[in-house]
Design a protein around this ligand. Structure first.
Ligand code: ZN
Ligand code: ZN
Length: 154
């Protein structure tokens, strides 16, 4: 589904339109932070005199690439949204509103876990899985080099 246009004319018979667990087609680029999405949206649209009000939510899962260790992980999504439009606006793309809400909720720097240790800058090892002591070795080398210089000076 590309668009979901609602207009005041759609509410002629009923003052309420309900959508339950419709699949949200979510497109993303290959270099996007989002690597996959399995999302469903529900909402209830109510018509009042001059205003239509929509209240709903998006549920499902999204997968991301961790910004520190580059591993893929899945996260549960549960986003509420609300929007409304007036008679002057005539019609309204609810799907666009839903997609924008989802986009706003995507983390700028997703983390597989809050204390992700990331990759070693020397050997590329994922430090969440095992320690590699590269940093400690660098410090040791640095200290040893300093000492050898000091010794030469003596
Ligand atoms: Zn991570
Ligand atoms: Zn390392």
């Amino acid at each position: 589904m590309e668009k979901l246009i609602l207009s005041f004319n759609d509410f002629k018979k009923d003052k309420k339109i309900t959508v339950q667990n419709d699949k949200l087609d979510f497109e993303f680029a290959k270099d996007d932070i989002v690597k996959g999405a399995n999302l469903f949206f529900s909402f209830e649209a109510n018509k009042y005199d001059d205003v239509i009000n929509v209240v709903g939510n998006v549920k499902g899962t999204m997968s991301f690439e961790c910004s520190r260790c580059l591993s893929f992980f899945e996260q549960n999504v549960n986003i509420s949204f609300e929007c409304s439009w007036t008679k002057e606006e005539f019609e309204y793309d609810v799907l666009k509103e839903i997609k924008e809400t989802v986009l706003l909720n995507i983390p700028a720097k997703p983390l597989c876990k809050q204390d992700c240790k990331g990759l070693c800058q020397y050997c590329g090892n994922n430090k969440n899985i095992k320690d590699c002591f590269c940093e400690q070795n660098r410090v040791d080398e640095f200290v040893a080099e300093k000492w050898s210089k000091i010794k030469k000076l003596k």
